[in-house]
Design a protein around this ligand. Sequence first.
Ligand code: URA
Ligand code: SF4
Length: 204
Amino acid sequence: MSDASEWVPDRPTVPRLARAARDCHGCELWEDATQVVFSSGDPSASLVLVGEQPGDQEDRAGEPFVGPAGRVLDRALEAAGVPRAEVYLTNAVKHFRHRLRGKRRLHQKPDVRHLVACRPWLAAELDVVDPDVVVALGASAGRSVLGRTVRVGAERGRVLTDTGRPVVLTTHPSALLRLQDREGYAEAFDALVADLVTAAGARG
Ligand code: URA
Ligand code: SF4
């Protein structure tokens, strides 16, 4: 099975990785995307946050978490007392998977094969950034970071140590978007903030 590894440079830095990822054909998702969306934030951060994949706005901007989910994440980071500029933000999959409905591009969850194909980028980023703690936002990120199936409901908010590096699994901010202004939003938001506080507190 093909993956991204042949595009990953030998002596990586975050800028080198980001540049090399523009040419990646490790799976088919590059074909329908505007551009690769690599990462943002501090390449020497002690906290790395991993999302699922770029959304529509991220695909157009070339930056992760600049759309609606990013605004929820910004509010949660602020409430947790973690400045966004001090974290490194990336995604398990670097191209926007979607399907067309008329002119609208609708988000499609990546399959496991996309997570696996794109994983060499995330693995290289974690090697280079070498954070104290990784936050996996949602089940796709958890699958990629931990290399196994995860259940967010059962495993969230604990410091998981099965990979050697502490990982905190939590909900994806887009799950909160679906609750916006409805019953349960405040509770879900507070739980996300609490998990971010747990992750920040697990730094060395
Ligand atoms: N959702 C993600 O998982 N990542 C982004 O960059 C934007 C939305
Ligand atoms: Fe490469 Fe990942 Fe894009 Fe697939 S999604 S083409 S593996 S960067």
